[in-house]
Ligand binder design. Structure first.
Ligand code: TTP
Ligand code: MG
Length: 607
């Protein structure tokens, strides 16, 4: 049986909010019967094993000395075979049931985590390293799987084996049975003491494992930068340092383990010797028959085995539990609600936007936008200009509610932005992010991604043409079926930008945001994109962030930012009249242009 994601995702919602054990129990939903069955199976197998030794004692004491010995032997032999079959069958059955439960739980947990992680806020992703998340979804989930498939059932097996053998021993001789388990409380106390230490050491180890996978992930993503600056050695050292730390923590973990094992072996070994000695004494004094003594010493072996392993399993279970706690911490993170907000939702936004004294900060007390006020009429084109880090991207990120502003008000079509559900805003607003990102799929699939359903080829091609990338795509041997990225063509920066632009245009959003989306495109192509946008936009409110004056001067409203403040606003003509940043930037850019023109002209004359 394989897990069916949809239905199971809902039932896992509370895993993180509850106690560890409740969470585990919830994870087993639908598999509980099978799981309990697997433990019972182990119990039956354990009973079968203990019975073998009792049968052995019976055989020596009663059958061997019996007059109709020949008639009883086949029966006893059949008994031995029967017990072996029972043991084998139930061990196999419980192994499969538990193993499959472990796989189902792991699959369920991975599906849930994947779904959950992509629904967490931008804030969560800002502060979490991708590599660490990957490690949790893989390594920690695997430790939970092992816990369920092996360690927890081992625990059950050990307890039943212990009880079964103890009961068998008790049948033989009550006093001897008690004398044979003196070491149990000592072993349990010691395991609990080690459990705490090993849990801590394992958590340290897993944390470092996360750091290491984050370093690896970042390094591989940035491999071009590493090569470009010939910083391989520096990166190698960084990796070696973290890797050594992981080795150190792994060593500490191993030291705890390897201190525990011999200690528990000494205690259980002493118990065994003590048992042999007492049993022998009792046999010599006639309290115990030879057959019973033989049964006793074999039973003792199988009584000590679970005691010895109990400690190990308790200690090993710490891994599964620590990993489960690490995973639960992600599950406890609040999801970003997509459907909140009460506004009645029109089919399309008109695009009137009012900012009233809006301030915003990513981190408390570190404002990035300060007291911003402006008014955009429906259908206007607004250009945002300002030096890097002045807060342009942050401002447009507020509109689809990637982040919520800290104070002030933003009204969209007369309704406060926080009253719109995030999903609605993200459907209505098309944003072309500053850093273009494409998936390793075909160009067609990448374009279609924004609408999430089948679209006419004509629409795809029209959007690509508006973004001035249609001809480029046709230039590839496989056209729109070309795969982008690792397994296909590597696109140039400008090509990527234009495809991400086409992706957003295809969605026909009612409000469009272009964050520096044509910075890697030459001026001529940019002009053609601008013309296409103008044609296509027709009355759609558009935000354009750009550094070139040419890209912004025809806008209906130009907003000039400086260190998080809106320092100037107006049209090109109005701003040119003011003494301020806009005129400075304009003068510098036109001067550079004139210089270039002059140089080109003189170079041409010289030819
Ligand atoms: P941005 O809003 O990214 O600045 P910008 O878009 O004007 O700059 P550029 O032209 O280079 O694109 O950043 C404003 C400040 O906010 C800056 O100090 C960095 C900070 N910031 C964060 O702390 N977290 C974030 O996620 C982002 C995007 C910015
Ligand atoms: Mg930016």
């Amino acid at each position: 049986m394989s897990a069916q994601p949809g239905s199971e995702l809902i039932s896992l919602k509370q895993v993180g909010a509850e106690s560890l054990w409740k969470g585990m129990w919830r994870l087993l939903e639908g598999r509980r019967l099978a799981y309990v069955g697997s433990m019972l199976g182990l119990g039956i197998a354990a009973l079968g094993r203990s019975s073998v030794y009792l049968l052995l004692g019976f055989f020596i004491d009663d059958v061997l000395s019996s007059p109709d010995f020949a008639a009883q032997v086949p029966l006893v032999a059949l008994g031995f075979i029967g017990l072996a079959v029972v043991q084998g069958f139930f061990t196999y059955l419980s192994g499969t049931l538990a193993g499959r439960t472990g796989e189902v739980v792991a699959e369920r947990l991975r599906n849930y985590l994947y779904d959950h992680i992509q629904r967490l806020s931008f804030n969560f992703h800002d502060r979490t390293k991708t590599g660490e998340l990957i490690q949790k979804v893989t390594s920690d989930v695997d430790a939970v799987r092992r816990f369920i498939a092996q360690e927890a059932t081992q625990f059950g097996r050990i307890v039943t084996l212990f009880l079964a053998n103890f009961a068998a021993l008790f049948l033989l001789d009550g006093e001897l049975a008690w004398l044979s388990v003196i070491c149990v409380p000592i072993t349990i106390l010691m395991s609990i003491w080690f459990f705490k230490r090993i849990s801590d050491a394992y958590e340290d180890f897993q944390n470092q494992d996360g750091v290491l996978s984050a370093v690896l992930q970042e390094n591989l993503s940035g491999v071009r930068v590493v090569k470009a600056f010939a910083r391989q050695e520096y990166e190698q050292n960084k990796f070696e340092k973290e890797n050594y730390e992981k080795y150190e923590r792994g060593r500490k973990l191993l030291i705890w383990h390897s201190t525990f094992w011999p200690l528990s072996d000494i205690i259980t070994g002493a118990q065994m010797l003590f048992g042999y000695y007492i049993g022998a004494q009792m046999t010599i004094s006639g309290q115990l028959s030879t057959g019973d003594y033989l049964s006793y010493i074999t039973l003792l072996v199988w009584l000590i085995w679970p005691i010895r392993n109990l400690g190990r399993v308790i200690v090993e279970m710490s891994r599964g539990l620590v990993s489960f706690e690490r995973v639960s911490r992600i599950i406890r993170e609040e999801r970003e609600p997509l459907e909140d907000g009460q506004a009645s939702l029109p089919e399309r936004l008109k695009g009137e936007l009012v900012f009233e004294n809006v301030s915003f900060e990513y981190e408390p007390n570190m404002p990035v936008l300060k007291d911003i006020s402006f008014h955009v009429q429906p259908g206007q084109t607004v250009a945002l200009l300002g030096s890097t880090g002045s807060g342009k991207t942050s401002l447009v990120s507020l509109l689809p509610r990637f982040y919520d502003y800290t104070s002030g008000r933003i009204l969209l079509d007369g309704v406060e932005l926080k009253d719109y559900p995030r999903r609605y805003l993200r459907e209505q607003i098309g944003i072309v992010l500053q850093e273009p990102f494409l998936f390793s799929r075909t160009i067609r699939e990448n374009l279609r991604y924004s609408v999430g359903r089948e679209v006419d080829n004509a629409d795809i091609e029209a959007a690509a043409a508006d973004a001035a990338v249609h001809d480029v795509v046709l230039g590839f041997p496989k056209g729109y079926e070309t795969i982008v990225g690792e397994k296909g063509v590597t696109l140039s920066g400008g090509q990527k930008q234009r495809i991400t632009l086409a992706r957003t245009l295809l969605k026909k959003p009612s409000l469009l945001i272009l964050d520096d989306s044509t910075s890697a495109v030459d001026t001529e192509t940019e002009a053609s994109i601008r013309a296409a946008l103008k044609r296509q936009l027709g009355g759609r409110t558009t935000f354009i962030i750009a550094h070139r004056i040419q890209s912004v001067m025809s806008a209906d409203l130009i907003l000039v930012f400086d260190k998080g403040r809106l320092v100037q606003q107006g049209t090109h003509a109005q701003l040119l009249e003011q003494d301020g940043i806009y005129r400075e930037v304009f003068n510098i850019q036109t001067m550079i242009e004139h210089e270039v023109e002059r140089e080109v002209a003189s170079a041409n004359q010289g030819q």
